[in-house]
Write a protein that binds this ligand. Structure first.
Ligand code: SAH
Length: 228
């Protein structure tokens, strides 16, 4: 008997062709909303977001919407991720710090846009699923830390970019201190309900701040953030 080759294994678990069309449509939506950075759009086209959301909401994985990920946290809206990553002006060569790993989806986007990614998450229970999803995507250039990201990760500083995925009451000073010259810190700053997404660029001893617009993030809890 001659064995015939079976159908190619694609489907949900591999992030193969099953969701490719949905991902392409999400990229088009982001372009329509003003995202221009081709590297960011390519990363969104390549990262299987359905691997980073709970099974109950997989059918909504490619909507441009935030979704619950457990522990009272959310995976942010893809447009907000794209806006933050575009503002960080990543070249593919840099060293980047992410505060708030959450689902790990933005971590995977960053892994496409930087040489080395360092990601800090306060809620330890979220890290195993984020690690697993990243491993399934074949990502190998990410280091994780469970702890208070408002203090940064001084061992690996300075960073070319720091992206904060939770809302702070003020720009966290330890994070500004860990920026490289010309480095950019993207952080939502405001009250617990609504914030302005700020991009703070370090220029010598000074900083230049750009306001990217109103956003809603879960609170950044820690020494240079909100009290829990
Ligand atoms: N970009 C992530 C965002 C997750 S929500 C995603 O799309 O999945 C924000 C995350 O920030 C939560 O997981 C929350 O636990 C985490 N967080 C809040 N305060 C933190 C702190 N001080 N240090 C590290 N992570 C923090």
């Amino acid at each position: 008997m001659v064995a015939r080759p079976g159908p190619a294994v694609t489907g949900a678990s591999s992030g193969g062709t099953e969701y490719r069309g949905a991902r392409r449509r999400l990229v088009e939506v982001l372009q329509e909303k003003g995202i221009r950075d081709l590297a960011v759009l390519r990363a969104v086209d390549e990262v299987p977001r359905h691997l980073f959301v709970p099974t109950g909401v997989v059918h909504r994985a490619y909507e441009d919407a935030p979704l619950p990920i457990g522990s009272g946290q959310t995976i942010s809206q893809p447009f907000i991720h794209a806006r933050s990553l575009e503002a960080a002006c990543l070249t593919g060569r840099g060293k980047v710090l992410e505060i708030g790993t959450g689902s790990g989806y933005q971590t995977a986007l960053l892994a496409h846009l930087a040489a080395q990614v360092f990601s800090v998450e306060r809620v330890g229970g979220l890290l195993p699923s984020a690690r697993e999803a990243l491993a399934r995507c074949g990502v190998t250039n990410v280091s994780f830390l469970q702890g208070d990201g408002t203090l940064g990760w001084s061992q690996y500083a300075p960073f070319d970019a720091i992206i904060v995925g939770a809302g702070a009451p003020d720009v966290p000073a330890p994070l500004v201190a860990q920026l490289a010259e010309g480095g950019r810190l993207v952080v939502p700053v405001g009250d617990r309900e609504e914030q302005q997404l700020l991009c703070v660029t370090r220029r010598g001893a000074e900083t230049v701040t750009e306001d990217l617009g109103a956003v809603r993030f879960v609170p950044l809890i820690g020494a240079a953030g909100w009290a829990s």
